[in-house]
Design a protein around this ligand. Sequence first.
Ligand SMILES: Cc1cc2nc3c(=O)[nH]c(=O)nc-3n(C[C@H](O)[C@H](O)[C@H](O)COP(=O)(O)O)c2cc1C
Length: 214
Amino acid sequence: MLFDFATIPAQARYKLLTSTITPRPIAWVVSEDEHGIINAAPFSFFNVLSSAPPIIGIGIGNREGEDGTLRPKDSRANIIATGQFVVNLVSEDTVNAMNITAIDFPTGVDELVEAGLTTLPSVHVKPPRIAESPVALECELFQRVPLGETSELVLGRILALHVRDDAVIDAQRHYVNTPMLKLLGRMHGAGWYSRTSDLFELPRIAIDQWQREK
Ligand SMILES: Cc1cc2nc3c(=O)[nH]c(=O)nc-3n(C[C@H](O)[C@H](O)[C@H](O)COP(=O)(O)O)c2cc1C
């Protein structure tokens, strides 16, 4: 079945993209406004894009204000205003709390308090990280890329990465026990997620091995 994006509306394109490009990691973004009011929200239009420099990208849309006009979601407005944010990754243990922080609270409500979460200070940026998250990336705004009228790609440079101590196998060699993190991905629809526990190994094939064995 062909779906030609020239002929279908935005909502249908959203449905097709989010039903097929799965699983998507979830950036659980903690940011602060100019007055230090903390905000947290999840975003699954997210991934790591480069390691040198270390860059992540998040697509953040608009929301409708009380007067019916569209304005950037609070996370995007805060990142633009302060240039700083923390991306926390979502695990099986924190998924319910993450879902609470996605509620459309009015601006100024601290979603972390609503979700019963606690924070730890960051080292390089002002917004704190979520203590319950097994991984947190301290980020500064690297570049903004407008995506049409309604969305924007926020590129962040990672300044530091926190991993829960018990999931670090060998700090010197930077080995992490990834399955132990129990990270989740976002799937189709508004409420489907995937675990990252159904794993298999597929070693890379060297060219000489390929030529020998094919
Ligand atoms: C798992 C999940 C992923 C989401 N991904 C995105 C996304 O990639 N982009 C986006 O604009 N909104 C996304 N949302 C919706 C925002 O989290 C929601 O609009 C939130 O209220 C925005 O909060 P803020 O205005 O405090 O930034 C997602 C929601 C959930 C539950």
